[in-house]
Write a protein that binds this ligand. Structure first.
Ligand SMILES: *[C@@H]1O[C@H](CO)[C@@H](O)[C@H](O)[C@H]1NC(C)=O
Ligand SMILES: *[C@@H]1O[C@H](CO)[C@@H](O)[C@H](O)[C@H]1NC(C)=O
Length: 187
C-alpha cells in the first residue's frame, strides 16, 4: 500500500476533496510516470520492489511486490513529502503539501482508505476493509499495473516534475519515490 499512498498524495495535493464529485471533463494536461523506486533499510523486516509497466501505448501502471516479514504495529509511523521541479528534475523544491508524519493506522484508516483503497481493488491484494483496520499481519502484497484515475484531478495542473517521497519509521523502514511529469496537452 505504501507506494500507492504516494500517488494518493499526488491526488490530494491540489486539494481535491473526496466530497467534490468532479465531472470527468477533458483535462488540459497529461501525466507520465518517469521513475519509481522502493527500498527497505532492514531486509529482515520487509523487502520489496516496484517498476513501471507498460499497458498500451502511452499508458503505464505500477507493478511490484512488498513482503512484510513482521506485523505492522501501531508504533510505526508514516510520512509523505512532495517535491516539485520546473527544470526537468535537476532541482527540486519541497512543497507545502504532504501527509504529516503520523501513526501508520491513522494513515491507513483515513488517507489510504479514502484516496487509495478504491483504485487498488482490482489490481492488487492491498487491504480492502469497511470501518477500520486495526491489524496488519506479516504477509505478501503484490500489485500489477495499478493506474491512478485522473477523474478526481483538477482540469488544469501546473507543468513540471513532481517527486513523491514516502517514508515509514519504526521496525519497518521503507522508502519509496515516484516521479511524475505533468505536461500540458498541445491543442
Ligand atoms: C513480483 O513477484 C512475482 C512473483 O515472484 C514476479 O513474477 C513479479 O515479476 C514481481 N513483480 C515485480 C514488479 O518485481
Ligand atoms: C473493479 O472491478 C469491478 C468488477 O469488474 C468493477 O465494477 C469496478 O468498477 C472496478 N473498479 C475499479 C476501480 O476499477
Amino acid at each position: 500500500m505504501f507506494l500507492i499512498y504516494g500517488l494518493g498524495i499526488f491526488i490530494s495535493l491540489f486539494g481535491v476533496s473526496k466530497a467534490v464529485n468532479m465531472p470527468s471533463t477533458e483535462k488540459s494536461w497529461t501525466y507520465t510516470l518517469e521513475s519509481v523506486k522502493m527500498d527497505t533499510a532492514n531486509k529482515d523486516t520487509a523487502y520489496g520492489n516496484m517498476r513501471i509497466d507498460r499497458i498500451e501505448r502511452g499508458e503505464f501502471g505500477l507493478s511490484g511486490n512488498l513482503t512484510l516479514l513482521i506485523d505492522v504495529t501501531p508504533d510505526m509511523e508514516v510520512e509523505v513529502l512532495l517535491y516539485r521541479s520546473t527544470d526537468s528534475g535537476a532541482n527540486y523544491k519541497i512543497q507545502p503539501y504532504s501527509l504529516p508524519r503520523q501513526g501508520v493506522f491513522d494513515a491507513i484508516n483515513n488517507f489510504y482508505k479514502d484516496m487509495i483503497m478504491p483504485s487498488a481493488v482490482n489490481c492488487s491484494n492491498l487491504p480492502q476493509f469497511e470501518d477500520k483496520l486495526t491489524e496488519l499481519p506479516a504477509q505478501k502484497f503484490h500489485f500489477e499495473k495499478c493506474q491512478v484515475s485522473t477523474d478526481r484531478f483538477p482540469q488544469h495542473m501546473p507543468e513540471g516534475f513532481n517527486k513523491i517521497v514516502f517514508q515509514t519509521y519504526g521496525a519497518i523502514d521503507l522508502s519509496a519515490e515516484i516521479v511524475v511529469q505533468i505536461e500540458n496537452k498541445s491543442f
